[in-house]
Design a protein around this ligand. Structure first.
Ligand SMILES: [Zn+2]
Length: 255
């Protein structure tokens, strides 16, 4: 593992059963969704307790629209497609909480309902771990990689639904389960994929360099196996790579 995670996400029913959480923050605190700061030998660490899935009523929590997960409509096709156990509650003040060396809660939010707070997020630790490992792998390959930008992380089912059929979006997209991210490498000041293979152009070949780093990470850490998809640039976005930890190998796109 990357050893770069700076947060644990804890389902509400499990929070009370973790002795260190109760000792540090008390029984009543850990049963409320929130960000609890602790520290270990390497610095700040956050326990983030979730809102239970059942707090979503008629597709919303508060005024934040989430929609309905595939398993709520027709039963899960497998365990990996079951409903998430809960939601991280992201407020205007905790959105910048670091969850690993290079990522913050904010990076993974669905990109809609800009003015609505709190927002709700499904995110799985193995995804964040895999992204950290991909960044480290690029560097060990000698590829300049300052940061991995998350173009799209969690997508609420209602948001995902709007794009089904376009841009390869599917009904049962892993983005709804918090274990997928569409990413590209940013080195300069422009928020766009960098020229990773140093051939003077930014194109699909650069996305393939990023995908090859993800491939190497999967070989070293088989427990992080999942999807890798390579996407070419359009007028709306540069080339990018979809990475997920669905637990089964899947490959697609301009590999
Ligand atoms: Zn994707």
């Amino acid at each position: 593992m990357s050893r770069k995670l700076r947060a644990r996400f804890v389902a509400p029913e499990r929070a009370a059963a973790i002795p260190v959480l109760r000792e540090l923050f008390g029984d009543s605190a850990v049963s409320r969704a929130g960000v609890y700061a602790a520290a270990d030998s390497s610095g700040a660490f956050h326990f983030i307790t979730m809102r239970p899935f059942a707090d979503k009523v008629r597709g919303r929590i508060g005024s934040y629209r989430i929609g309905f997960f595939p398993a709520e409509k027709r039963g899960a096709r497998s365990e990996a497609y079951g409903n998430p156990e809960g939601f991280l509650e992201v407020t205007a003040t905790n959105a910048d909480t670091p969850i690993s060396e290079h990522f913050r809660l904010r990076d993974f939010l669905t990109k809609d309902q800009t003015a609505v707070w709190p927002k709700y997020l499904v995110l799985r630790e193995p995804l964040v771990d895999k992204l950290e490992l991909v960044l480290a792998e690029l560097r060990s390959m000698g590829v300049p990689a300052n940061r991995l930008r998350v173009m799209s992380g969690f997508r609420t089912p209602q948001y995902n639904q709007q794009g089904v059929g376009t841009g390869g979006r599917v009904n049962d997209s892993r983005h709804q389960y918090g274990d997928a991210a569409d990413v590209y490498v940013v080195n300069g000041s422009r928020d766009w994929m960098s020229d990773l293979n140093n051939d003077g152009a930014v194109d699909t070949r650069d996305a393939r360099v990023l995908a090859s780093a993800a491939e190497r990470v999967e070989r070293k850490y088989p427990e992080l196996v999942g999807g890798i998809g390579v996407y070419t640039a359009t007028s709306a976005h540069g080339p990018f790579v979809h990475i997920d930890v669905r637990g089964k190998r899947a490959r697609w796109g301009a590999l």
